[in-house]
Design a binder for this molecule. Structure first.
Ligand code: AMP
Ligand code: TRP
Length: 335
């Protein structure tokens, strides 16, 4: 029997998850669980790279496990786990910090964006080294594919550079070359209040949160910023607001943006179009929220995480051993 390829991805439990996370990542994950050996985790160590309230972090972590399952992940098929439960992530990180360089790390867009607003004296080393830990996450599982939204592809590219460098240095295929996979529609959902900016968890204005009351979701969509025209056309340059709404509609309808455009051909009222988008989002998020609540109430989260940690650790530790041997650390029998 041919071995299945591996898929791996994660979400960090920082802010409240948004419709951008849902379309760009969360809802993509389940597409891999049948044909790939699939690992989906919570990047809780990454969440510490910016100051975060401990109680919020803990509760949000449990929420995301429930979101994963509500989005269709089956813990029997997909290994769901916490990054902090598998110590191999931190151990491989400690090795890999020596194989990625200050120059390349300082050029990462996410680092530049996040550190720009901060005082230089207060930028944590973890924020700077963020892609190193992310590379450890990916490489421990020999992931072939990494489903992410567009903003994370640069980090996966850097991980690919690292694989080249490392395998070349030791003249062995130690690591598998991973590939980022972004959704065809909706790899970058924009803010509803400023459609030139990405919808992000740390920017509450213009975001749709997955836990928002359905009435609030409708209100946010109905008051989304648009242009002064009246045509429903995909034109991100001149009509960023309408283009973003069309993208959301198309993604959730599993159609292309062109097909969505066709559906609204001749519609000259933004209000009518926005109502259709709101209906579509609510049709999807309503049942999703229901499932999320049931899972949290079921009390099964801890059990799922324990089993996930066990399965993930087994694979991660095997890779870690191989890396240790490769670089010359003395791996010996311990009794
Ligand atoms: P993060 O919230 O940064 O942990 O992101 C988790 C996943 O959601 C990553 O794969 C991101 O690329 C994806 N993502 C975050 N924001 C968006 C967005 N506005 N549009 C599409 N994907 C997104
Ligand atoms: N950096 C990712 C994000 O912010 C989360 C993440 C951490 C991740 N490690 C990963 C995603 C490994 C894919 C693979 O969205």
């Amino acid at each position: 029997m041919e071995e299945k390829k591996r898929a791996l991805s994660g979400i960090k439990p920082t802010g409240n998850l948004t419709l951008g996370n849902y379309i760009g990542a969360l809802r993509e994950f389940k597409k891999f669980q049948d044909d790939y050996e699939s690992f989906i985790f919570i990047a809780d160590l990454h969440a510490l790279t910016l100051p975060i309230d401990p109680i919020f972090l803990k509760n949000n972590t449990k929420d995301i496990v429930a979101f994963y399952i509500a989005a269709g992940l089956d813990p029997e098929k997909t290994t769901i786990f916490l990054q902090s439960d598998v110590s191999a992530h931190s151990e491989l990180n400690t090795i890999l910090v020596n194989y990625l360089y200050m120059g390349e790390l300082s050029r990462m867009t996410q680092f530049k964006d996040k550190s720009q607003k901060m005082n230089n004296e207060a930028i944590g080393l973890g924020l700077f080294a963020y892609p190193v830990l992310m590379a450890a996450d990916i490489l421990l599982y020999n992931a072939d594919v990494v489903p992410v939204g567009e903003d994370q592809t640069q980090h996966v590219e850097l991980c690919r550079d690292l694989v080249h460098r490392f395998n070349q240095r030791y003249q062995k295929e130690v690591f598998v070359m991973p590939k980022a996979i972004t959704p065809k529609v909706g790899a970058r959902i924009m803010s509803l209040s400023d459609p030139t900016r990405k919808m992000s968890k740390s920017d509450p204005k213009g975001d749709i949160f997955l836990k928002d009351d359905l009435n609030i979701i409708r209100k946010k969509i109905m008051s989304a910023v648009t242009d002064t025209g009246n045509e429903i056309k995909y034109d991100p340059e001149n009509k960023p607001g309408i283009s973003n709404l069309l993208t959301i509609y198309a993604a959730l309808s599993n159609i292309t943006v062109e097909q969505a455009e066709k559906q609204f051909e001749g519609c000259t009222q933004y209000g009518v179009f926005k109502k259709a988008v709101a209906d579509k989002v609510i049709e999807e998020i309503g049942p999703f929220q229901q499932r999320y609540k049931e899972i949290l109430a079921s009390g099964k989260i801890d059990e799922i995480l324990s089993e996930g940690a066990r399965r993930a650790s087994y694979i991660a530790n095997k890779t870690l051993r191989k890396v240790k041997k490769t670089v010359g650390l003395y791996v010996h029998d311990s009794k």
